[in-house]
Design a protein around this ligand. Structure first.
Ligand SMILES: Nc1nc2c(ncn2[C@@H]2O[C@H](COP(=O)(O)OP(=O)(O)O)[C@@H](O)[C@H]2O)c(=O)[nH]1
Ligand SMILES: [Mg+2]
Length: 265
């Protein structure tokens, strides 16, 4: 299933005939919206997430599909998703794809770039951002926005369940660091972002960040292309368990942003 990994995505000449043929063979049946869920050791919480997501999507006018991207899970994430996909009788299909590169950013890039729907985006497996946010997001996209991102720090946003103190302090420092890189955006890291495909592809193929900080680089490239990014305030609930390791992933995220400053001054 994993015919195109993120390494290839980053080094690829997207215009070449061979690549276009490969992409053609990867295409899933056409839908209006593909929802990507990156999943790392999510065997426990993904069943509920998938059921709630397809039930929600099935009630809307847009045709849609859910694409779970699993890379590096050591639990049964992929097997659990395949089982639920097989049992799924909804109009909204569920696919699972792999990705040979590690990291949330690599997984999201893999999921987003392997589709063809007019609109696409991702959210985290813990559904920390309410699913209903997608209605407002699609509304903006259908009216011409290039990207719609959920925000925990835009005016009007609330915390139903806040993160613990350590994450809040780290998050504040990260926001200060990224403020000059992504202008006018109050929260680059909320795990809920949706896009118009052409705008997304042009920005995403430039991205090199594979870890948790990939959003910063993606938003930066979108802004450079003049894309209209809408920030939506949300009522956010911190997930019970997080795959984010504060020291390892935190340090890597800060390092990625410093690196970004060097590469794209
Ligand atoms: N495929 C993939 N998904 C990841 C990876 N790291 C994190 N994720 C997913 O990214 C999302 C991050 O959400 P979460 O664990 O709640 O992190 P937090 O909200 O930052 O605390 C979840 O859906 C994770 O399963 C990874 O290396 N690969
Ligand atoms: Mg979370």
């Amino acid at each position: 299933m994993d015919l195109l990994d993120s390494d290839s995505i980053q080094k690829t000449n997207w215009g070449s005939r061979d690549v276009q043929r490969t992409i053609g063979s990867l295409r899933r049946s056409p839908v209006d919206l593909e929802v990507v869920i990156p999943a790392y050791n999510e065997a426990e919480r993904i069943p509920k997430t998938l059921i709630q997501t397809v039930d929600f999507l099935a009630c809307h006018k847009w045709s849609s599909r859910v694409v779970v991207v699993d890379n590096g899970s050591v639990d049964e994430t992929a097997a659990v998703v395949r089982r639920i996909s097989g049992e799924n009788r909804s109009m909204v299909p569920i696919s699972v794809v792999g990705c040979s590169r590690r990291g949330k950013g690599a997984a999201v890039a893999r999921g987003l770039l392997s589709g063809t729907s007019r609109f696409t985006g991702f959210f985290d497996a813990d559904l920390a951002t309410p699913l209903e946010t997608l209605e407002a997001a699609m509304d903006h996209l259908e009216r011409g926005a290039a990207a719609v991102i959920a925000s925990r720090h835009a005016p009007g946003s609330t915390f139903v369940q806040p993160q613990h103190l350590g994450r809040r302090v780290g998050g504040t420092a990260f926001r200060v660091l990224t403020r000059s890189k992504v202008k006018g955006i109050s929260d680059t890291q909320c795990g809920f972002k949706f896009f118009e495909r052409d705008a997304l592809t042009a920005a995403m193929v430039q991205c090199r960040t594979t870890g948790f900080a990939f959003d910063v680089e993606l938003l930066q490239w979108l802004q450079r292309s003049g894309a209209d990014i809408v920030e939506l305030p949300v009522a956010w609930t911190d997930g019970e368990s997080s795959t984010f390791r504060p020291f390892k992933d935190g340090a890597a995220s800060f390092a990625s942003v410093f690196q970004l400053q060097k590469v794209t001054p």
